[in-house]
Design a protein around this ligand. Structure first.
Ligand code: FEO
Ligand code: CA
Ligand code: CA
Ligand code: CA
Length: 597
């Protein structure tokens, strides 16, 4: 019975056994090589990585920490567009206990006791993003040194706030009385690439960086509470007043946006596109609607938060790049409602419509955008199990929503789109936009798969029966649709202690008799999370990001706390003098051809 179905599989590669060890693994017939690691040079003059002698200045020229989203842009005029291009990479956050000697997490929540101004400034330089030029020479990818495109963006890079919230009194601070300029981007998780050649990079858990005490009578109290502010995970507010809520109550309103960056112009000023809303943006993956407008899908990664969509007012001009320069400043933001009958609706977040009025505290569209979550609450959007990546499949017209987990959902809080209480392993929802139009107001939807181990009945997983013991996964997070319309899922939260396997990449069948079949393709080293999956235009290279290798396994009672001195792995260098390093990996098929065939 298995043979004919296997023959028809869109994923004919030999499945990788699932497990957990200190190394990375890829399915047979593929190579998975390290391209760039934390501390490697990005800008000219970057010093060699020296983890016992780190400085903010060195870090600002080197590859940052915790690589997350990856985007690839072929260089115009390249002989082979799939072998020479720009790679853009998010640096989401920092792990002090693994980066710096002598530090250990205090209790996983409080700001680090051992931090100093210098260490904080190194962290700020390790955040943000990198632009690197990459080239495939004799089959192997390498970073082009001293490229004129090379760029580091950090938590102090000057940026412009654009769109309807720009200049709002709620964005004004002592350093920026106009409310239009901000320093840096933080916690950039996933993102997207636009057809006009720009990088969308998304600020997610911004609350962690803020400390201090908001004045009791502050008008921002409700707003900040809704975003978990102050999160107090980092010591930045101790050394930089703007991260102290008592001193600068509006600074948080300048974070939590989608940032658009032109990777082809290293002098360009990044723009925070306020029209796309303010929340814990996981990603911003876009696609052209039937009429040429641009539609960007976005998840707000929090338990019981929402799935969003932004639709531009103007049509994308594919002939004239500059015509799209500020296209993301005008358009409509929508939030999703999933109905029990398998239908869904996109609800517009427009000032003056429905409950988004002055009586409810929204004076204008700027207020709606600064408090996107509260506006969506009032519209009756569906509270989801932590929406992460949302990606369209241009081959089928469908859209996939990764819902990573929600252990706080109670039995009396389940709904059709979030059907499991104590949802520890997450699920994937598939949207079918009406008329195959991504800008349509309505859609049909169904659950593609409930994740987790199908062998444990109580988990209630719904992978197809063709899924092997290696092929199931928990906690879908990022995803990618390749040029053939095949879905690939990256996970966050699998570990030896939790699921008997580390995170990685699983192929996921969405069509035909194999629908719901998972297949294991790539495995990260212990402690790491899988991020960034991105294909070159011809599917010959699959770039993936290994984030926080060596972190302790929270679910394993026997696991030691992981530190710089005693990490859970020293991947990828395996040098006893070096800590583990987040790194980008390039996966190619041995002998050439499309990855995963
Ligand atoms: Fe940064 Fe939702 O993961
Ligand atoms: Ca992440
Ligand atoms: Ca993640
Ligand atoms: Ca995640």
């Amino acid at each position: 019975q298995g043979a004919p179905r296997e023959a028809a599989s869109p994923f004919p590669f030999a499945e990788l056994p699932a497990g957990s060890d200190e190394r990375h693994h890829v399915a047979a017939g593929h190579d998975a090589e390290i391209l760039i690691r934390w501390g490697d040079p990005v800008l000219p003059g970057a010093p060699a990585f020296d983890p016992r002698n780190q400085t903010p200045e060195a870090q600002a020229r080197q590859f940052g920490y915790n690589n997350d989203f990856i985007g690839y842009f072929p260089l115009p005029g390249a002989a082979d567009p799939a072998a020479h291009g720009l790679l853009v990479v998010n640096h989401e956050y920092t792990n002090e206990e693994l980066m710096f000697p002598g530090l250990g997490r205090q209790d996983g929540k409080a700001a680090f006791a051992g931090m100093s101004q210098d260490l904080v400034d190194i962290e700020m330089a390790a955040h943000g993003g990198s632009v690197i030029e990459v080239k495939r020479v004799d089959g192997r990818w390498q970073v082009v040194p001293d490229s004129r495109y090379a760029r580091r963006i950090t938590a102090t890079t000057p940026m412009t706030l654009t769109g309807p919230a720009s200049g709002s009194d709620r964005l004004r601070t002592k350093a920026d009385p106009e409310g239009r300029q901000v320093l840096g981007m933080i916690n950039n998780c996933a993102g997207g690439t636009t057809p006009w050649g720009t990088w969308l990079t998304c600020e997610e858990n911004i609350n962690y960086y803020f400390g201090g005490k908001l004045a009791a009578d502050s008008p921002e109290a409700r707003n900040h509470k809704r975003l978990g502010m102050p999160g107090n995970l980092y010591a930045w507010g101790k050394y930089h007043e703007r991260f102290d809520l008592g001193a600068e109550p509006n600074e948080p309103n300048r974070f939590g946006w989608v940032v658009e960056i032109d990777p082809f112009d290293p002098a360009s000023v990044p723009k925070k596109r306020t029209a796309m809303g303010r929340f814990k943006h996981e990603g911003a993956a876009g696609i052209l609607a039937a009429d040429g407008r641009y539609v960007v899908f976005q998840g707000d990664d929090e338990r019981f938060d929402y799935v969003y969509r932004f639709v531009t007012e103007a049509k994308v001009d594919l002939q004239d790049r500059s015509a799209n320069r500020d296209i993301l400043d005008r358009g409509t933001l929508f939030v999703a409602r999933f109905d029990a009958d398998g239908r869904g609706a996109w609800l517009p977040l427009v000032h003056g419509q429905g409950p988004l009025t002055p009586e409810n505290g929204f004076r204008d569209q700027a207020d709606v955008l600064v408090e996107t979550r509260r506006a969506a609450d009032l519209l009756g959007a569906t509270k989801m199990d932590r929406p992460e990546d949302v990606e369209a499949n241009p081959k089928t017209g469908k859209v996939y929503v990764m819902l990573t987990n929600n252990s706080k959902r109670k039995a009396d809080q389940v709904d059709a789109a979030n059907p499991r209480p104590d949802n520890r392993f997450g699920h994937i929802v598939e949207l079918s936009p009406d008329g195959r139009d991504y800008a349509a107001p309505g859609f049909a939807w169904e659950v593609l798969v409930r994740c987790g181990d199908p062998a444990i009945a109580a988990v209630g997983a719904t992978f197809s029966s063709a899924t092997t013991r290696d092929g199931w996964f928990g906690m879908p997070d990022n995803c990618s649709v390749d040029g053939q319309g095949r879905l690939w899922v990256a996970t966050d939260g699998n570990s030896a202690g939790r699921t008997g396997r580390t995170d990685g990449i699983w192929a996921m069948e969405t069509e035909g008799p194999g629908r719901g079949t998972g297949k294991h393709f790539f495995q990260v080293p212990t402690g790491a999370e899988m991020c960034g999956p991105y294909f070159t235009p011809d599917d010959t290279t699959f770039f993936v990001a290994v984030q926080h290798p060596g972190e302790a396994d929270e679910e394993d009672p026997k696991a030691e706390p992981a530190t710089f001195e005693r990490p859970a792995t020293r991947w990828p260098d395996f040098d006893p003098n070096l800590p583990p390093r987040p790194a980008v990996v390039a996966i190619t098929r041995r002998g050439g051809g499309r990855v995963g065939t």
